[in-house]
Design a protein around this ligand. Structure first.
Ligand code: PLP
Length: 394
């Protein structure tokens, strides 16, 4: 494997974690095998007892394709190690279960993916793990909700769908003082635009289904951090059977080799789309990290290298008129995911926040007339023309 520590993000995305096999295949091959053989019992015990890294059984993650992907993920996020999972939710669930016990507590800041809300709010209370949810405008209450039983502070930055940004260093400092771990969902930013571990986070989680996969054709998750914090999570992953399939690991590594090229193009196109929308008379607000002002801009400048491909806009329209605008879009497909090469649009009240009560949505800044865009790899002028015709055709 190449020593990549001094290299740039694009070089590392291509080369980190890769090893050439005896046949000369240009990068790590796909090993679909469920088990791996040893010459001697002593060799097997070296791997089983952790004296030597090696391959053993794919559900444990001890498979060359999966280990290669994990080395790449760890490198890109600047972590000691990484664990790959069958989905982003698998990564989150294993992390919460490994680092809390019955009677202990999690704090969740800001808007998070609906599945995360359900896991923290409905599933984990069944095993006695409770969560306090703080809205973005309640962040000042963090010191009072951190108790002696709090083990994890969790948040997305930027968050979904309001694109709120949170100061990772400041939150991690408060969490550490209270004896809690800081876990950041970096799905929206990607390691190209932000490395939470560098700012004091303890663990970084990804829905690799999104930008890391980047082509809307795989489902996977990732967790990156220190070997000490990953070890208990690896045990839950193994025994809950949440391992990524080797085929998916190979496809995901393929995608990550071009991640910086894709994400930087999405940064530029999303910035152009955000500026177009901000100047449009039918748009009353645009949420995009690249357009942040005041305290949010300070946070963006301190911890992000690009605004990302996600943005949301509030239209000067009713919910029905907003749905009509969405329906008139031709290039943006109506779909709830994000981060792929095709641009997508959703009206959060119909998808991600459909189940959230209207009063609560209003408190969270999720208007009925909000649209969320995931900007893909099409030309900016074509996406802007599509938005123009959809907004202007009244
Ligand atoms: N985190 C974020 C920010 C997401 O948007 C999602 C899914 O939409 C998840 C986590 C869950 O990921 P997955 O669908 O891969 O389980």
């Amino acid at each position: 494997m190449t020593d990549t520590t001094a290299q740039g993000m694009s070089t590392r995305s291509v080369h980190a974690g890769e090893s050439r096999d005896p046949e000369g295949a240009i990068h790590t091959p796909l090993y679909t095998h469920s088990t791996f053989a040893f010459d001697t019992t002593a060799d097997l015990l070296d791997v089983v007892e952790g004296r030597k890294p090696g391959n053993l059984y794919t559900r444990y993650g001890l498979n060359p394709t999966i280990r290669s992907l994990e080395a790449k993920l760890a490198d890109l996020e600047g972590g000691e190690g990484a664990l790959a999972f069958s989905s982003g939710m698998a990564a989150e669930a294993a992390t919460f279960l490994a680092h809390t016990r019955t009677g202990e507590h999690i704090v969740c800041i800001g808007d998070v993916y609906g599945g995360t809300f359900e896991l923290l709010g409905d599933n984990l209370p069944q095993v006695g793990i409770t969560t306090t949810f703080l809205r973005a405008d309640e962040l000042h209450r963090l010191p009072e909700v951190l108790t002696g039983r709090t083990r994890i502070v969790f948040f997305e930055t930027p968050s979904n769908p309001t694109l709120d940004v949170f100061d990772i260093a400041a939150i991690a400092e408060q969490a550490r003082t209270a004896g809690a771990l800081t876990v950041v969902d970096n799905t929206f930013a990607t390691p190209v635009n932000q490395n939470p571990l560098r700012h004091g986070a303890d663990l970084v989680v990804h829905s690799a289904t999104k930008c890391l996969g980047g082509h809307s054709d795989l489902t996977a998750g990732a967790l990156i951090g220190s070997a000490e914090l990953l070890a208990p999570v690896a045990m839950w992953r193994k025994n809950l059977g949440q391992m990524i399939a080797a085929e998916t690991a190979s496809l995901l590594a393929r995608s990550i080799r071009s991640l910086p090229v894709r994400v930087r193009a999405q940064n530029d196109t999303a910035a152009a789309v955000a500026s177009f929308l901000a100047a449009h008379p039918r748009v009353s607000r645009v949420n995009y990290p690249g357009l942040a002002t005041g305290e949010a801009k300070r946070i963006v400048d301190a911890q992000m290298r690009g605004g990302g491909g996600m943005l949301s806009a509030v239209l000067d329209a009713s919910a029905a008129e907003t749905a009509a605008v969405v329906d008139r879009l031709r290039l943006f497909a109506i779909a709830p995911s994000l981060g792929g090469v095709e641009s997508l649009v959703t009206q959060p009240i119909t998808t991600t926040h459909h189940g959230v009560e209207p009063g609560e949505r209003a408190k969270r800044g999720i208007a009925d007339s909000m649209i969320r865009l995931s900007v893909g790899l099409e030309d900016a002028h074509d996406l802007i023309a599509d938005l123009a015709q959809a907004l202007d055709d009244t």
